[in-house]
Design a protein around this ligand. Sequence first.
Ligand code: DOR
Ligand code: ZN
Length: 350
Amino acid sequence: MTISTLTLTRPDDWHLHLRDGEALEAVVGHSARQFARAIIMPNLKPPVTTTAQALAYRERILAALDKSGDGQSFTPLMTLYLTDNTAAEEIARARESGAVYAVKLYPAGATTNSDAGVTDLLGRCGKVLETMEKLGMPLLTHGEATDPAIDVFDREKVFIDRVMIPLRRAFPGLKVVFEHITTADAAQYVRDAEGPIAATITPQHLLYNRNALFQGGVRPHWYCLPVLKRETHRQALVEVATSGNPRFFLGTDSAPHARGLKEHACGCAGCFTGLHAMELYAKAFDDAGRLDALEGFASFHGPDFYGLPRNTGKLTLVREPFRIPDELPFGLQTIVPLAGGETLPWRVSI
Ligand code: DOR
Ligand code: ZN
């Protein structure tokens, strides 16, 4: 029998870009309608590198939520942006604040606003990593090697060998989230490695392979980093996401950029899925015949890894066509949701 309604424990988004200012006001309500909590990425301009900045950003998010009318139901979980110069004391302050839940590693130059990122993780950040390990503060990694000589499709695999394995050998007790994994190599590594490791997976990497970038012409709204990979990798991601393994959980990496900056000679990386993330995930799990595994992935494995309580609210999806809007307001500009204009088989019931 085909299921027509799916009620889940309210999910969380363990990897979200909310931006700031008008952009923040435009997108925050969309995430709040679906998710109870989200890990908020710190790659603003300038990046959120201190606890004081994280707390101030948190206030701006809450104010934007109030304006959007979705205020009560959403808790932003803040992160710090790791730099070569982050002090160990900053980690202790972050922990004491009770509002900062993780530290994000952007290898310098890997992606949007990563210029202030880390140039030499073990060489420069040893004391910080030691403190994080001691305090149980998770490190969230953008897992791509940055050497420009490495093929863009190989950067995640090379990161495992050059950064992830040495990092975890040096700090075996450090909680690590391998963010937005895109390859069979990363899926396998996270599945089989020892110690406290997990991975987030985006809806676009479960639904599309790299052909989507070029179907009928260059399609910038499918461009994100790490870039979509070949079909065998997509299948490996679906396999682990739907396996029930608690090391894999939901992180949309929804990364809004104004339409004009995506449809550009040098278009920005990032797919905007904040509007319809749960609809996209539902399609991916349904296509795999594993709707039964969606709740674990979306609502249980994340809080369990972070050591936070599971949510008590619910979210219901119904099997009804949902036409993704072509574009949405984004301050004075517009934004194109991933797969805008297409129709999905599930929608969140409000
Ligand atoms: O596609 C991406 N967009 N990947 C990232 O790592 C950053 C993000 C953004 O901030 O736009
Ligand atoms: Zn991201």
